[in-house]
Design a protein around this ligand. Structure first.
Ligand SMILES: Cc1ncc(COP(=O)(O)O)c(C=O)c1O
Length: 369
């Protein structure tokens, strides 16, 4: 990270670790020499990536598929889950579209309804979601925290309430995994989808899908060759098979052996696991805490600490951000996002105290005009 850049935009795109860039360099060397790519290279690196992602969420490698985007994982879930007439799918207000359109399609296909949990004025998403869960809800498609401002969802309480009414839970973890702990043994989640290019600090166009064991017989989105039984035997690929490779591998995207992207994603996962999500979250909460206190002193609205994620902070101006706000920050090489009228601030472990000083100074200028 160059000294003059204050990057608070990991929720837009995570910067690439040196280890990830090194992995990309080696991968490029290898893929430019196809005679060095063996049949085993279509399988072993994918298994390694599965195993590392599984460790991040306390799942098993068998539960993990390799996918190109969060929308792909959510669409896989929507292809398999059902909502009957009179039933509903629960979504969060102003949710990211990848976790909305697949559900609109499913509701259209099955005749269900969409119920949207409106943004709670007090920032307490968990209570708002719990209040919306009733017998009608067949599926809840949620996040660990809201992508616009880090507003937290207590998944353990929500999962318990969903189980009481027999509803399914699908998660988009793109804005939380890597920077927040998540344990799928503590919640009952059916599918969890995550793009790698934000908090997993991986490359664009790859991600991971967790599918609970009961879904290992579900239909994939993509009917490709490598997910079929005995695909290791390249000489036998035209002995077409109906059966799949075990576990969630059936949901892998075509060309999942991505010789460029998988080594990069793997290098990033190794580093994230070495840091541990718990320690990352603890460090980031100090940084976002300092920004939140500084912003509150300037009269800006921030969600209280117990209702927001450690790594993602939304700051609101009364009446919206002043015109040209983002451009003024960019001119000073300070990078944040505006989402749904909120200034979204997403630091990482590279964030230094002087970066925070610069951000607070820019917010002060915006407030005082
Ligand atoms: C909550 C959330 N999910 C998913 C994504 C990316 O989705 P996809 O991988 O489908 O492009 C984003 C990107 O901003 C996001 O904020």
């Amino acid at each position: 990270m160059p000294d003059d850049v204050a990057y608070f935009n990991c929720a837009y795109m995570g910067p690439m670790l040196k280890a990830v860039r090194d992995a990309a360099g080696s991968a490029l060397e290898r893929t430019s020499r196809p005679w060095q790519i063996a049949a085993a290279d279509f399988f072993a690196p994918a298994e390694r990536a599965r195993e590392l992602f599984a460790r991040l969420i306390h799942a098993r490698a068998d539960d993990i598929a390799i996918i190109p985007s969060a929308s792909y994982g959510i669409s896989t879930a929507a292809k398999n889950l059902k909502v009957r007439k009179g039933e509903a799918i629960l979504l969060l207000d102003e949710e990211f579209p990848s976790n909305v359109y697949p559900w609109h399609a499913l509701a259209g296909r099955d005749g269900g309804e969409i119920v949207v949990v409106r943004r709670p004025p007090d920032g307490d998403w968990t209570s708002a979601i719990l209040a919306a869960i009733d017998d009608r809800i067949a599926i809840a498609a949620l996040s660990r925290c809201h992508w616009t401002d880090g507003g937290l969802v207590d998944l353990e309480r929500v999962s318990a309430a969903l189980q009481r009414v027999g509803a399914r839970l699908v998660l988009d973890a793109t804005q939380s995994l890597g920077a927040m702990p998540l344990d799928v043994t503590r919640i009952k989640v059916d599918y969890l989808s995550c793009a790698a290019y934000k908090w997993l600090l991986g490359p664009y166009s790859i991600g991971f899908l967790y599918a609970a064991q009961e879904h290992h017989g579900d239909e994939p989105l993509d009917y490709n060759w490598i997910t079929r039984e005995h695909s290791e035997n390249f000489n036998g690929l035209v002995d077409y098979r109906d059966r799949y490779q075990p576990g969630a591998r059936r949901f892998d995207m075509g060309e999942r052996a991505s010789f460029m992207l998988l080594p990069m994603a793997t290098a990033a996962l190794q580093q994230l696991l070495a840091w541990t999500p718990e320690a990352t979250a603890a460090t980031l909460s100090e940084i976002t805490g300092r920004i939140a206190r500084g912003a509150a002193e300037l009269g800006l609205a921030v969600t209280p600490p117990h209702l927001r994620a450690a790594h993602l902070l939304g700051v609101r101006f009364t009446g919206g951000a002043p015109p040209g706000f983002l451009e003024q920050l960019q001119a000073r090489k300070i990078f944040v996002s505006l989402r749904g009228g909120t200034v979204r601030i997403a630091p990482h472990l590279f964030t230094r105290p002087e970066d925070v000083d610069r951000l607070l100074d820019a917010l002060r200028t915006a407030v005082t005009g």
